[in-house]
Design a protein around this ligand. Structure first.
Ligand SMILES: [Zn+2]
Length: 56
């Protein structure tokens, strides 16, 4: 379990649960589904992902 710099995606490939939030955890099940080529750095003005919150 590791914290990583905030990342997000704006690819339409992903459902809102993945796309409308930012992630900052390596083990987030939603963040993990974002392919590396679709990852963007930063929070992108999004709220933090609930799963990342749960992981800490
Ligand atoms: Zn997340």
């Amino acid at each position: 379990m590791a914290k990583v710099p905030a990342y997000h995606t704006d690819s339409q490939e992903y459902p809102p649960s993945h796309r409308n939030v930012y992630h900052d955890h390596n083990d987030c099940k939603y963040g993990k589904e974002i392919k590396s080529q679709h990852r963007k750095d930063g929070a992108g003005n999004r709220p933090r992902c609930d799963e990342c919150k749960r992981l800490g």
